[in-house]
Structures are given as C-alpha cells and as structure tokens.
Ligand binder design. Structure first.
Ligand code: IPE
Ligand code: IPE
Ligand code: MG
Length: 245
C-alpha cells in the first residue's frame, strides 16, 4: 500500500473504530446476540494484525459504551465473559508480537473478576512490551461525557490545590485531563454497520479526524476492507481550517 517514504507518511498514526453490528450479524443467522459478539471479538485480532502490518501505531476500539448498561443483563454478562476470555486468550499472542494493550473508560463498574483480568493483562504487556509495535486501546465503559465529568473533577481538584493556574489553560491542558492524554488524537474514525453517528465516542479527540462509514457489520469487516478504509484516508486532503497553497 505505502510504496515510498511520502506514502508512508500518509499512513494514519491512530485509527479509532466503532465496532458496531454484532447483534444484526447474529440475527441474520437466527442466532443469539452473544453469538454475534463472539464473532466480533474474534475479528478484533484480525483487524489489529492488519493495522500492525500497515504500520499504524495506535488503534482504539469501542467495545462497551456508558450507554450499553441499558442492555439486558444476559447480554452484558456475555460481553464481560467474552472480555475475560479475550484478555486471557490473546495476552500471550499480544506479548509475542510486541503489542501493548491499554484501556480508556471507567472499568471500576465492571465485575471485579473482569477488572482483575484486565489489570493483570495490562501490567504484563507494559512490562514486556516496552517499545511496542502498536498500542491497542480498548474503550471500556467509555463515553465522552463521562470522560469529561471525570476529567473536570480532577481539573477542579488541581485548580483548588494550586497545581493548575487558571490564567494558563490552553487546549493541551484540557487534553491532559482526558483518558487519552498519552495518545495522539485519531487520524481516522471508522464505524461499521451503516449507522452514521458517533454514539458518545471520543467527541473532542475526533474534532479533526477523517470519518469512514461502511455498511459492513463488524464481524464481517475484513483485513481487506480495513486496508480499503486506509487507502480512502490516504487520498484525503486534511486542511485543518487552512487552505492548500
Ligand atoms: C456492537 O454491536 C457491540 C456493542 C455495542 C457491545 P451491537 O451489539 O450494537 O450490534 P447491533 O447494532 O445491535 O447490530
Ligand atoms: C456503539 O454502538 C458502542 C459500541 C460499539 C461499543 P451502539 O450499538 O451501542 O450504539 P447506538 O446505540 O446504535 O448508538
Ligand atoms: Mg449497535
């Protein structure tokens, strides 16, 4: 895809994905929604591998939103158990391939067992993948408004304790209070399943991201289609409010 240095420069550094459509994928097969979530979870590794091959440095995947608590208990249970399985099963492979795994969002509301599994996996990759080839960020119980709420609480605390000077606040200061503080903003946001909305995902961080919407349901979103979305991104002209000279 990227044949020379100029082309390489156009590869997005950070891609974020709203992995949507697992339920409809299962329904089309007369199966339970959990069946679709399993297929979706299996697709994660394939797309991460494709991102790695393309030289993408960060990939953020929306796995559970702050609004997904509205789903039936049985579906949430299936999602947590898939998360446990994903972290336990894939951790060796991630480490072997020098892939760092992190999360954004507030996992303190997840079952204790899931929190522990996530913490252990993250600690292990942090130690073993000191110079990662790619960082995979799972958005777990994530929502932009909740991220802002938590950020504002710690921002107010820092103002109160004179850690921050109210006369010296810039855009970077604000970004430092978001869950994504150590990560560059996404260059490209992909949403599968035909929905053209953002569903409370990274609303500030995607202020200047390129958007790619596809009708493909997440379990069917292949390496090839991922590459297609990257090619589409590489053809775009990002002007950030300026003009081409
Ligand atoms: C996305 O697939 C996965 C999660 C939100 C956890 P959905 O479960 O939203 O699938 P659809 O949109 O109902 O098809
Ligand atoms: C967004 O999908 C959240 C995730 C993919 C985790 P939803 O299916 O929850 O979004 P809405 O409800 O269609 O907006
Ligand atoms: Mg959905």
């Amino acid at each position: 895809m990227a044949e020379n240095i100029d082309e390489m420069r156009k590869i997005p550094c950070h891609v974020a994905i709203i992995m949507d459509g697992n339920g409809r994928w299962a329904k089309a097969r007369n199966k339970e929604r959990a069946f679709g979530h399993r297929a979706g979870s299996e697709n994660v590794i394939k797309v991460v591998e494709a991102a790695c091959d393309l030289g993408i440095k960060y990939i953020t995947l929306y796995a559970f939103s702050t609004e997904n608590w509205k789903r039936p208990q049985s579906e949430k249970k299936a999602l947590f158990s898939l998360l446990n399985e994903f972290y336990k099963k894939e951790i060796k492979r991630l480490i072997k391939n020098n892939i760092l795994i992190k999360h954004i969002g507030d996992i303190s509301l997840f079952p204790k067992k899931t929190q522990d599994i996530i913490a252990a996996a993250e600690a292990e990759t942090l130690v073993k993948c000191s110079d990662p080839i790619i960082t995979v960020i799972l958005a777990l119980n994530y929502g932009s408004f909740d991220e802002l709420r938590r950020g504002l609480i710690s921002f107010s605390h820092d103002i109160k304790n004179n850690i921050l000077d109210i006369d010296n606040i810039n855009n970077e200061t604000i970004f430092n209070y978001l869950d994504t503080k150590d990560v560059p903003s996404p260059d490209l946001l992909i949403r599968t399943s035909g929905e053209c909305r953002l569903s409370n995902f990274l609303l500030l961080q995607i202020a200047y991201s390129e958007l790619y919407f596809t009708n493909t349901l997440w379990p069917d979103f292949s390496k090839e289609e991922f590459s297609k979305s990257i090619t589409s991104y590489m053809k775009r002209d990002r002007r950030y409010g300026g003009i081409d000279l």
